[in-house]
Design a protein around this ligand. Sequence first.
Ligand code: SAH
Length: 339
Amino acid sequence: MKNIKGYNLEELKQELVSMGEKAYRAEQIFKWLYIEKVKSFDEMTNLSLDLREKLKKNYTMCNFKIIKKQEAVDGTKKYLFDTLDGNAIETVLMQYHHGKTICVSSQIGCKMGCKFCASTGIAFVRSLTAGEIVEQILAVEQDIGEHISNIVFMGIGEPFDNYDNVMHAIKIINNQKGLNIGARHISISTSGIVPKIYDFAKEELQCTLSISLHATNNEKRSKMMPVNKLYPIEELIRACKEYIVKTNKRISFEYALAKDNNDNIEDAKALVSLLNGMLCHVNLIPINKIENGKFTKSSNENIIRFRDYLNDHGIVATIRRELGSDIDAACGQLRRKNI
Ligand code: SAH
């Protein structure tokens, strides 16, 4: 059955018209789904009984079931959702000073194989559909009874390895008659799938692009991120520069600091010369050690020294606050759990 949450408003209008219904019904359905956040067609009381029956017969609501929910001391909540086909994905709700943010997954598992990430080593199953991406947001909002205004595509999976579904989901999330989350409040993080960076530059979206950089030379980066063998740093930086020229938007580079690996002053110097003159921001992430992982967190002293060096040399850098580490919900700690 087709997932009703997989349609943007225009598509839903066409669906309704092809069923012999008036197009404005789609707006009513959008309101029930994304503003009232109902969980069944029966609750859509301004639709005729006949239409509700037709909808029930042809579409699923794709309501994820919460398999498990954990709350960290800092208020971060981690959800394990049943995707209704025997698989499970994790979604995280984070509490920042400026408000709440949902970190969504884009795939069940991940193919990228980054050596420091907990999503590595568990078999890749499939990409999520647009409707399943949207459902993660709705399911969290329904659970806490609040509307969330910030989304990051930083959960399990590589969003640019599921490009079309992620773009489609953004159109649904964005719609003012629905979830109404502005593109400026959406960030997409990629490990560096270069051709998709060029595609993304053409989308004319106001979303923030984050690039998982983590190292400044190919030897080091390839050891951390196998994707670098396919798209080496020079190609990645060239694509980023073109993205900036085309969109006039700042790129956020993520740099996970691992002890004795990429955290000394020489690395900071190399990062300054690599990013020199680019409209960008560096997000330093104290690396989270994963089970059997060889990368461990840099000392606080090194992290601060690294940040200060960048800031003193013209690169705006901040240290990402670690949220939810006590429930394995911090950066890179999400994994597909078996039910
Ligand atoms: N596949 C995408 C998005 C998912 S990961 C990407 O690679 O960007 C979101 C961010 O967390 C990425 O920057 C990723 O490199 C980082 N990350 C992964 N594992 C981590 C770990 N153990 N510690 C700190 N950051 C990690």
